[in-house]
Design a protein around this ligand. Structure first.
Ligand SMILES: [Zn+2]
Length: 617
């Protein structure tokens, strides 16, 4: 049974998009729309727009858009039916029960969620049953209280090769799904065995509280066996976009506007147990920009607390760099050698831990301190090297204000001339075109060419410009909430739009006269002609829609091109997968967006041919 349309309508009625988005994103009213920083890509100036009238959102930066359900899907990483249920729950709308729905219709994603839910339950029960005795003893010896273990759903995988396989058989679960989920593995004779054996199981939740993966810690030292075994990546689990404990931590993080990042599962649990419930774990993987972006949904303030050993320091160096580059206010705490957060808080209690949190240093400070200890800054060579390394990192900060702030800190701490640091920073910036920081944003090489757009698009562009010139500032809000100057394909129109846009941004009134005065004769002529052209009285919404639609068509072509090039290159498989899933998401958005347009593909009514090829537009 599908979710009935009237239910979907009821939900869309109840769930006001401004209200829903406002719970996740800081948006404020500008003109008719709300705008804010896009939660789906890294940006410094707001291009994320929510329309209360149309009940849609759209980002002019990354082109994500759609209705309230699309927003929840994208933000919470849910399937369509999940997003509907999510909203139904929020707005207390009764839904047909899941069991009433046809399971064969549920997606692969749903079946993976289901497999993990079953497995999590199984492991949880095993920890509490007779098989879990050793694991229980181990956990209690390490100081974990049962309530902590419960809130993190900690479980145990028995010391057998086929315990979970047998359980799955009993429950008549689909073994191919379990295999795909990475819970069981296939032998050459076609039979299966458990991935997790004799391990403490730490379920990894997504931000809506669904189990998407497991981390398993070994209970017995064995040769050739890793201390930790983790679930493989799957359609529901992307390691680089997940933070362990974020589901349990997120309310406190929002409330305190602060997040603590530790490395291990045990560290995370122990800090929660002591009341520091704003803690997450990077769980042994190198910190990623995607994780930083995830954090930014909840807070801007992060403290990294790492072990005092060399591995911990190295992790703090790398993790901290990514955090400051993504614009997070970052502090670094390095615990005394021989301590990890788990042992430290058990020895010193919450107060002791909060004391070291207060001593957190800025990233630059932390790095300089490390170098001092290693006596690296005693030589000219060492200092130059240190400066280069920091400038390289600071050069990756997108926000120019933050970047110059950090640059000043570098020159201060390393006692270098500030001008020199700035110079070096600029030099670094120039060679940075294809730096790693760009990996999270989709390739966007959109170069408007003259004569590349069909006649009806040019007409729509002229229509918008005319409208703006005739009606002045009052029309600017509407137009610039939908389009940016670079969205116009005609170069001359683009230039004029850029001028008007700047006026609008600076809240300057403008008139057709101020516009005319600012351009050379050929453009002046074209502008005057445009204003006098009474045949060009199209509805402004039609014009906007036509331009946007054309934009999307182009974007689609670009995406296809990118995909083609990528399969040619055969780069590192993980990147390919990442990028293509991003492309597929965006393609889906394109489809949604098409339905939102009032005009669709119909060209704006054709009008008189341009009589002169030398006219700029
Ligand atoms: Zn965006």
């Amino acid at each position: 049974m599908k979710i009935p349309q009237h239910k979907i309508d009821e939900i869309k009625q109840a769930a006001d998009i401004v209200e829903v988005v406002g719970q996740y994103v800081n948006i404020r009213l500008r003109g008719r729309n709300h705008v804010g920083l896009c939660p789906f890509h890294n940006e410094k100036t707001p291009s994320f727009t929510v329309s209360a009238d149309k009940q849609i959102f759209y980002c002019f930066g990354c082109h994500t858009g759609g209705d309230v359900i699309a927003f929840v899907r994208e933000f919470e990483k849910l399937s369509y039916p999940e997003a509907i249920r999510f909203l139904a729950e929020k707005y207390a709308i009764e839904m047909p029960r899941e069991t009433d729905m046809d399971p064969s219709k549920s997606s692969e994603v749903e079946s993976l969620y289901f497999a993990y839910k079953m497995a999590a339950r199984y492991y949880f029960e095993q920890l509490r049953g007779p098989a879990g005795k050793l694991a229980r003893e181990y956990l209690s010896k390490r100081g974990f209280e049962d309530s902590t273990l419960k809130s993190f759903g900690v479980g145990y995988a028995p010391d057998l090769w086929e315990a979970f396989v047998a359980h799955a058989h009993e429950q008549s679960m689909d073994l191919t799904v379990l295999e795909k989920a990475g819970l069981i593995m296939k032998k050459s004779d076609g039979s299966h065995y458990d991935r997790f054996r004799h391990r403490v199981i730490f379920p990894i939740f997504n931000t809506t509280g669904r189990v998407i993966a497991f981390g398993g810690r070994q209970l017995r030292e064995e040769q050739n066996m890793p201390k930790y075994v983790n679930s493989p990546e799957s359609p529901i689990y992307h390691k680089s976009r997940t933070l362990y404990g974020l589901f349990q931590a997120r309310d406190t993080v929002r409330k305190n506007d602060q997040l603590i990042v530790v490395e291990g599962y045990a560290d995370c649990l122990m800090l929660h147990q002591h009341g520091l419930t704003q803690t997450v774990a990077s769980s042994g993987t190198a910190f990623t920009l995607d994780q930083a972006t995830l954090i930014k949904r909840y807070t801007q303030n992060v403290t990294l607390v790492y072990d005092g050993d060399s591995a911990g320091i190295h992790a703090a160096e790398r993790g901290g760099a990514i955090m400051i580059q993504s614009g997070l206010q970052t502090k670094i705490v390095v615990l005394p050698a021989s301590h990890d957060p788990d042992s430290f808080i058990r020895e010193n209690g919450r107060d002791g831990f909060e004391e070291v949190l207060k001593q957190g240093r800025s990233y630059i400070d932390f790095r300089v301190e490390q170098w001092h200890r290693q006596k690296k800054l005693d030589t000219v060579h060492g200092r130059t090297q240190a400066a280069r390394e920091l400038i390289q990192i600071v050069g990756g900060i997108r926000d120019p204000i933050q970047s110059s702030y950090y640059a000043a800190e570098v020159s201060d701490k390393l006692r270098l001339d500030e001008k020199l640091v700035q110079q070096e920073l600029q030099r670094v910036g120039k060679g940075r075109d294809s730096s790693s920081i760009e990996l999270t944003t989709p390739a966007k090489k959109y170069i408007p060419r003259e004569d590349s757009s069909p006649q009806h698009v040019l007409q729509a562009e002229r229509g918008v410009l005319r409208n703006l010139l005739m009606k002045g500032s009052e029309q600017a809000d509407l137009i610039f909430n939908h389009l940016r100057p670079e969205d116009f394909t005609n170069r001359a129109i683009q230039k004029v739009m850029q001028f008007i846009f700047t006026q609008w941004m600076m809240k300057e009134e403008f008139s057709s006269n101020t516009v005319l005065e600012s351009f050379p004769e050929d453009i002046q002529k074209a502008l005057t002609r445009l204003m006098l052209d009474d045949l060009l009285q199209y509805e402004i919404v039609d014009c906007l829609a036509t331009i946007q639609y054309h934009q999307l068509q182009k974007r689609l072509a670009e995406l296809r091109e990118t995909m083609k090039n990528m399969s040619d290159l055969q780069e590192d498989a993980e990147h390919l997968e990442e990028a293509s899933s991003q492309i597929i998401r965006q393609m889906h958005v394109l489809k949604t967006k098409k339905q939102l347009l009032t005009l669709g593909e119909q060209p704006v009514q054709e009008r008189m041919e341009l009589d002169d090829h030398h006219v700029p537009f």
